[in-house]
Design a protein around this ligand. Sequence first.
Ligand code: F55
Length: 829
Amino acid sequence: ADAATAVKTHPLATAPVAGPPTSVDGFVKEFLRELNFGQGVTLAQSTVNDQYLALARTVRHYLMARWLETSRRQFEQQTKGVAYLSAEYLLGRQLGNALLATDLTEVVEDGLRSLGIDLATLRSQEVEPGLGNGGLGRLAACFIDSLATMGVPCIGYGIRYEYGIFRQTFVDDQQVEQPDGWLALGAPWEFPHPEQAQLIGFGGHTETYDDEGVTRTRWVPAWDVKALPYNYMVPGYLNGRVNTLRLWRAVATDAFDLKIFNAGDFEEAVRSQTFAENISKVLYPEDSTPQGKELRLQQQYFFVAASIKNFVYDVLPEGFDLHELPERIIFQLNDTHPVIGVPELMRVLVDEKKMDWDEAWAITKQCFAYTCHTLLPEALEVWSVDLLGRLLPRHLEIIYRINDEFLAEVREKFGDDELRIRRMSIIQEYPARAVRMAYLATVAGAKVNGVAELHSQLLREKVLPDFDEFYPGKFTNVTNGVTPRRFLRLANPALSELITETIGVGWITDLERLRELEPYAEDEEFRARFAAIKAHNKRRANAVLLERDGFTVPDDHMVDVMVKRLHEYKRQLLKVLHIVTLYDRIVSGEVAAADVTPRTFIFGAKAAAGYAMAKRIIHLINAVGSTVNADPRVEGRLKVLFPPNYNVTLAEKVIPAADLSEQISLAGKEASGTGNMKFALNGALTIGTDDGANVEIRELVGDENFFLFGMSEPEVQALQDAGYRPSAFYESDPTLRRAIDLIASGAFSGGDRSTFEPVVSNLLHQDRFMVLADFASYIAEQDRVDVAYGDQEQWTRSAILNVARTGFFSSDRSMVDYIDRIWHTPPVR
Ligand code: F55
C-alpha cells in the first residue's frame, strides 16, 4: 500500500512523458528506434511492413501524452459524457488520419525521404480495420472523430472482431467471400488491457433469495467468458485531444477450460476455449436482414455487458452515487444491436446494486437514447423469447416486467384498447413469441431519432405511430453527417488545397464556411482550377484501379459512380437497366456510338453472403460489364468497372474522382445515406430520388444543381395501395422491354437464358422496390445529365455550388444536434 501511495503521489505521477520532438531529426531518431528496438531489424533488413509498423508506433508516441492527459482531465472534471454503443466501427486506415490530427505529415514525409522511404508506400501497407458493414458502421467512425475534434468526452464501445467484413473477390463474375484477417501483419494501433478484463455470464437460471427481509433475484449463469478490452486512440484534429475507442475481445476464462481439463478431457477443454473465442471471431455480414442467430445475440450481450460493467465499475470514481448516473453518462444506442444493454443496466442496478426497481427504471430511462437507421420491416431486430430465455434468463424476466408496466401505462392513457395494446407490446406473439428490440429501445430511450428529416418523419408516422402518440416529444431527427477530415481533407488533398487557398483553413472544423466558395462559381479561373482538380483525381483513381484491378478510366469520360452495399431497395438494377439501354441504343443502331456521351460506370458493392438475389445482381453487373467493355461497336464510349472489395480505402480514391453520384433508392427506403453527402462535398452532382438525405441535399444545392427523378414517397405509397403491377410497365414501355428482353435473351450470359431468369422474373412479377415504375423517369433524367455534361463550364459551376452548399453535412454539425436535442452534455473547452 505504501508503494502504491508513493507511486500515486510522485511529482511525475500524472505528467506523461512528452512525445519525441516534432522535428525531422526527432522523428527520424524515434522511427529508427522503433525499427531497431520494436521490430528488431536494421533499416537495411527492414521490409515495408516493418517500416509501416515502426512508423505507426512512432506516430502513436506523439499522441500518447495527449491521450493520457485527456483521460486524466476527464476523470478530474467528472462532467457528463457519451458512451457510444455500436456493434460496428468501419474505421478505415488509421495512419493518414493520425498524421493529419498531429500535423506531422510533412515532417514524416521528409524524415522518411531522408531514409529513402516513401510515405505513400507505407500508407498503402496498412490493412483497414473493416469492423462494420456499411453506412451504420462508418457513421459511428465519423461521430467519434467529430466528438474528439470538438472536445466532447466520449468512449466508443464495440467489438474487436478478429475478422471484419469479408474480402470480396469475383470468380467467373460472381462474388466469393474471403476471410478478412486484418490482424495478420500486426496491429500497431491497439492497446490491449488484459488486467481490465471483465467476466460476462451466459445461460443458467435465476433464483430469489432473502436479503435481510427483502426478497431479491439473482442470476446464476451457467458459463462465462472473459471480455478483454483493446483501446484505440481517437485523435481530435489539431486540438491535442485524444478520445478512446474500446473494443472487446472474447477469450475463455481459466475456469471455463480448467474444469473440463481437470475432468481429463483435454480436447473438450480446447473445444470450449474455441467456443468462447467464437463470440468476437467474425462480423456478421448481414446489413439489413438480421438472422436471429444465437451467436449474434451473444455478441450483442457480450460487448454491451462488458461496456456497462466497465463504465459503472472502472470509469466512475469509487463511491459514485448511481442515482446521479444520468448526470454523468448517456448511452447512445446505434440501432437496436446494443439494446440488450437496457435490461442489463436494470439488472446491475436492481440485482447487483440492490436498488429499488422504480428508482432503477427512472435512472435507466434517462441513460439511454436510441437511433434508428432503417424503415424496412425485415431489418427490425426481433429475438425469440425461447432463445433469450435460454441465453439471458434474467434479462427476459426484466423485459417482461418493463413490458407489463409499460402496457399498464398505455391502458391508463388509452383505455383497454386491446388492438392497440397488442400493437404496442414489446413482446410480439406471432409468428412466434419474440422481443421487438426497437420497441424496447423506444420505451427505454429518453429520445428516439431517425437519421434524416424524411426518415424521422416516416419513423413517427409509419413505423412507430402509436409510440409517437404515447410519448409526445420523444421523437426527434438528427440528420447524418460525415467527417470532413477523412472525406475531404484526407481523401481530396488537391481540392482541400484550393479551398484553403481561397477561404482559409477554417472549413476543416467549421464546414459551413464552404459557403464562402459560392461566388467563385462565377470565377472562370477558379472553375478552371476546380475542373483540373477533378481531372487530376480521375487520373489518381485510374492509377489505383490499374494497380489494384488492371482497370483504366479513360481521361475524357464522365465518371458515374454507384458505391454502397448491394441491396434490392438501393436499386443497383435500375443502374444496370440504364447501362443496358445505352448499350442497346448503340448496338441497335438507334444512336451512333460517336454521339454517346462517354461514360465510365464504377460500381462498388458487397452482398451479404446469404442474400441470393443480391449476389445474382452482382453477377449481372459483371456480366453486363464484360459484354459492354468487349464490344467493339461501343467504341469504348461506355465502360463498366466493378472493382471488387469496395471499402473505405477505395472510397477515399473513387469519390473524389466522381462526376455523377448515383443515389437511386426507392423513395421511403433509404433512411439517410451518407455516401450521397461525401460525393456532393467532393464536387459530384447527384442523380437521385427524393429519399433519405437526398431531400436535404437537393434543398441545399438547389434544384438546378441536382438531377431529381422518380416517384416521391407518397406516390410510392399510392401506387402500392392501388396495386402495383410491374408487368404493366414492361408492356407499355418499349425501351424498358428491350432492356429486359436483352438480359433475358442471354446476351450477357453467353446465350444462356437461365442465368439471369430469376432476376428478370422477379422484376416482372414482384419488383418490390418498383424499379420498373421509376425506369422511364430515370432514363429521361440520365439523358438530361448527358446534355448538362456537354456544357462543361455550367457543370463545373454546379459542382462548385455542390461543394459550397453542403457544409451542413459535416458530422460535427450532427454532433451539435445530438448534444442540443438528445445528450445535453455541457460544452467543453
Ligand atoms: C448492420 C447490421 C444489421 Cl443487423 C442491420 C443493419 C446494419 C447496417 O449496416 N445498417 C446500415 O448501414 N444502415 C444505414 O445506416 C446509415 C447511417 O445512418 C444510413 O445512412 C443508411 O441509409 C442506412 O441504410
